[in-house]
Design a protein around this ligand. Structure first.
Ligand code: NAG
Ligand code: NAG
Ligand code: NAG
Ligand code: NAG
Ligand code: NAG
Ligand code: FE2
Length: 448
């Protein structure tokens, strides 16, 4: 009897408490604060010896600090500004805080250790190697576009080679994560965590692609910190003998976000290229290499950027008006190489201007070519998988590969560039390689 009483009392008590028990887990969840830094990644700042460290925390720590040094974490920089609050555009309005600290005036040719965070929590300790501000060294880069969270085919090799110290920088030519705004930005978070074993060790330089469009490219603009004051949309930087120019092809397609972005970028490109092409600057940094996401020429007949007459806005400018076309601008200022992605394959073109091939010579097409060289490298792997080539390949196509993979560039010196295409399908085999050799840089001869 007593026992029964006790059991009854106990279940009554349990019943009374139940609503409380049910509601505590969610309440507690909402109250947990996350000050742990994550998604650490690097970029070049105003010079090669200024490294910008970016990371995120879920909640606001009110401060952003990096500790770093050559033989230990003896130096300390605290950002002068508060972390930036970033609210994703999705239904959940997921909030995070983005931290940016610049490690300035670093010593060249040294390996630095660093970690970042605040007194409320620190990241793991990572390392990066500084290079030189002058032009007289030979940078090695890995270059690719269109890499997602799912099916990131090139990621294992890129991580291994980064950890081996094979590269001085990465260039990701647009289209990240597929897509960064998905699942209230969680796909973007996942991508940034996934590339951390590359991007926390090397400047991860980027340009914007069509997959970043949602909410006015806000995930891209918030998560990356490229040089300049343009929300990472267009900028340039010098690395060894190369002047790299990054631009947005998307300002030609999403005019609803502002026609002004298109005109401002074009004016900036004119200024930046004219300056880089001054004889005294060309003598110092002979090569000009551009990168933007969508290509000028189509090799894929289902490609929606090409009209029936195979025209692209990037090459020719806005439809009908033909304003802001980039082929003429790049030709005029003697751009050496133009790198694109967007199509999920690799293509190398013969030197080309206005559909005409301008080989250096029949024997050595890339030795003193009479027009820019273009490559498309959009095959690092994503859930949209590979894309087919047109059945009849245009005559300007020099080489195609449908393998997953990425491009390596070594800028040996002012006269020699070397490119390689790595195949992930063939276990790292080099499926294409070529030298670009130029005795003289600058404007091309008038097209015949
Ligand atoms: C950050 O600053 C705000 C405003 O002063 C304050 O309410 C909050 O508690 C601070 N957060 C931390 C983690 O110190
Ligand atoms: C850079 O550092 C490496 C290894 O520490 C050294 O072998 C090399 O000589 C240095 N290069 C220059 C130009 O200082
Ligand atoms: C989109 O973002 C850019 C900054 O990158 C800004 O200049 C522009 O006004 C924004 N457009 C709209 C429609 O909000
Ligand atoms: C350019 O060079 C390549 C390789 O030698 C050759 O196949 C192609 O026909 C050349 N094109 C022109 C227009 O000379
Ligand atoms: C530039 O690099 C190439 C390839 O390594 C080399 O053959 C050439 O001699 C170098 N030129 C100079 C001036 O060092
Ligand atoms: Fe794309």
């Amino acid at each position: 009897m007593q026992q029964l009483h006790f059991a009854l009392l106990a279940s009554l008590l349990l019943l009374l408490l139940l609503p409380g028990i049910r509601s505590t887990p969610t309440d507690q969840k909402a109250n947990i604060v996350h000050y742990q830094p994550e998604q650490v990644h690097l970029a070049f700042g105003e010079t090669v010896l200024d490294i910008v460290v970016t990371w995120n925390t879920r909640d606001n720590t009110n401060e952003s600090i990096c500790e770093f040094g050559i033989d230990g974490l003896h130096q300390r920089v605290k950002a002068a500004h508060m972390p930036t609050k970033f609210v994703d555009g999705g239904a959940k309005k997921a909030t995070q805080y983005i931290h940016r600290v610049t490690l300035s005036h670093l010593k060249p040719n040294n390996t630095y250790l660093y970690h970042c965070g605040s007194e409320l929590g620190w990241s793991a300790t990572y390392w990066f190697r500084t290079r030189f501000e002058h032009a007289d060294w030979s940078p090695s880069l890995a270059i690719y576009g269109d890499m997602g969270v799912v099916n990131a085919a090139s990621l294992p090799a890129l991580q291994r080679e980064t950890q081996n110290g094979q590269y001085d920088a990465i260039i990701h030519v647009g289209d990240f994560a597929y897509d960064m705004d998905w699942e209230n930005g969680e796909v973007g978070d996942e991508f940034m965590r996934q590339v951390e074993t590359i991007a926390a060790y090397l400047p991860y330089m980027v340009c914007v692609g069509n997959h970043e469009e949602k909410y006015n490219f806000s995930n891209y603009r918030a998560r990356f910190n490229m040089p300049g004051e343009t929300d990472s949309l267009w900028y340039s930087f010098n690395l060894g003998p190369v002047h790299f120019v990054s631009f947005s092809t998307e300002v030609y397609y999403f005019l609803s976000y502002g026609f002004k972005l298109l005109t401002k970028q074009f004016e900036w490109l004119e200024r930046d290229l004219a300056e880089a092409n001054l004889p005294e600057n060309r003598a110092k940094r002979p090569w000009i290499i551009t990168y933007g996401h969508r290509p000028m020429y189509c090799s894929d007949d289902k490609e929606y950027d090409c009209n029936s007459d195979l025209e692209t806005y990037i090459r020719q400018g806005l439809p009908m008006l033909k304003w802001f076309g980039l082929e003429d601008l790049f030709f005029k200022h003697g751009v050496d190489v133009e790198i694109f992605a967007h199509e999920h394959f690799y293509t190398r073109l013969w030197p080309i201007y206005n559909y005409k091939v301008y080989n250096g010579s029949a024997e050595a097409p890339y030795t003193n070519p009479k027009a820019p060289i273009q490559i498309i490298t959009g095959s690092a792997g994503c859930k949209e998988e590979r894309e087919p080539f047109s059945k009849d390949l245009p005559s300007w196509n020099a080489y195609n590969s449908n393998d997953y993979g990425y491009t390596r560039l070594k800028a040996h010196n002012g006269t020699h560039l070397h490119f390689e295409q790595v195949s992930d399908d063939q276990d790292g085999a080099i499926v294409d390689s070529f030298w670009v050799i130029k005795d003289k840089h600058g404007a091309y001869p008038a097209p015949q």
